[in-house]
Design a protein around this ligand. Structure first.
Ligand code: PML
Length: 299
């Protein structure tokens, strides 16, 4: 089991990450694409991605992100927003990613039961798990405008503002972390953008003490894997969480009572660069994992 050490303010002990060793400025590059107009005007979400790169990487990064927006299996966007912002060096937080473990399941029904069991291990009521799964699985495939995560109150299971969802922004893996993770993930055939980007996002969300857990599965029709992330168990991948071919997926952050504005500000505005990678563990059957897991009621 890997417990993420709190590294919100501590500078990284190992790799400094791109830009820190030569003091070249870092830029946040964000892409979001939709069909039927911008997301805020009700466009259907097609694709989104986040990078933090030094100036020399801006051109190739823009090219990669544009290509991704234009070649997504969810469709052809008629709205693409590419945004570049220079980051203040002192504003960037450096951190470690969560550890990664794949819990094997037989099918998506079993996968969804495992989500419930993990959330119960964290001390959450079964109604919170049920509400989380129902929110994601009942999201309409034509739901326009919603492309961020829902926030759910950990105690009541009630949806919090903004009900249209929050997009987590300004996080990336430093090059050295990307290579380290690529080497580790390759051993298990998992070195792909879905895993790397979801891991960076979940690791950022879990840096905030109000975050108790995140549950997500992809809205890409042929990507059926999802995860539960939390600080004590790390990033727990579940290979099947929906039937293949379905373009319904989403994210829910289960949060304790907190200053919501400050929480949203952290998720959307705080730049976080992951300069260390926690271990990627071998896959394990979910029941074996659960039998060896110590209950961690954090709520
Ligand atoms: C997404 O890419 O839309 C979410 C992916 C979630 C699971 C990624 C993984 O395989 O770990």
């Amino acid at each position: 089991m890997y417990e993420l050490a709190s590294k919100l303010t501590r500078p990284p002990s190992l790799s400094p990450g791109p830009g820190r060793e030569n003091h070249s400025p870092l830029f946040s590059v964000r892409m979001r694409a939709a069909e039927g107009g911008p997301h805020e005007d009700g466009g259907r979400h097609i694709s989104g991605a986040e990078r933090i790169v030094p100036a020399v990487q801006l051109n190739p990064t823009l090219e990669q992100l544009l290509k991704r927006a234009q070649s997504h299996e969810r469709g052809a966007p008629d709205f693409i927003n590419l945004r570049i912002e220079q980051l203040k060096p002192e504003a960037i937080q450096y951190a470690s990613t969560l550890s990664v473990t794949t819990l094997t399941v037989q099918d998506y029904q079993e996968g969804r039961q495992v989500i419930n069991l993990i959330l119960e291990e964290l001390g959450l009521k079964s109604t919170v798990g049920a509400r989380t799964i129902s929110l994601i699985s009942n999201k309409s495939s034509t739901d326009r405008g919603l492309y961020g995560a829902w926030l759910l109150d950990a105690g009541t299971g009630r949806l919090l503002e903004p009900v249209r969802g929050v997009r987590v922004s300004r996080m990336d893996l430093a090059e050295i972390t990307r290579s380290d993770l690529a080497a580790q993930l390759t051993q298990f055939g998992l070195n792909n953008n879905h895993v790397l980007e979801a891991l960076a996002l979940a690791s950022k969300v879990m840096l905030h003490p109000a975050s108790i857990a995140e549950v997500c599965w992809s809205d890409d029709p042929h990507y059926v894997t999802g995860y539960v992330a939390c600080r004590c168990f790390g990033y727990l991948r579940i290979p099947y969480l929906k039937p293949a071919g379905l373009d319904i997926g989403g994210r829910v952050f289960i949060v304790r009572a907190t200053d919501l504005n400050q929480y949203l500000h952290f998720l959307t505005d705080q730049p976080v660069l992951f300069t260390e990678a926690a271990p990627v563990n071998p896959p394990v059957n979910w029941a074996d994992w659960l039998a060896k897991t110590r209950r961690r009621p954090v709520y």
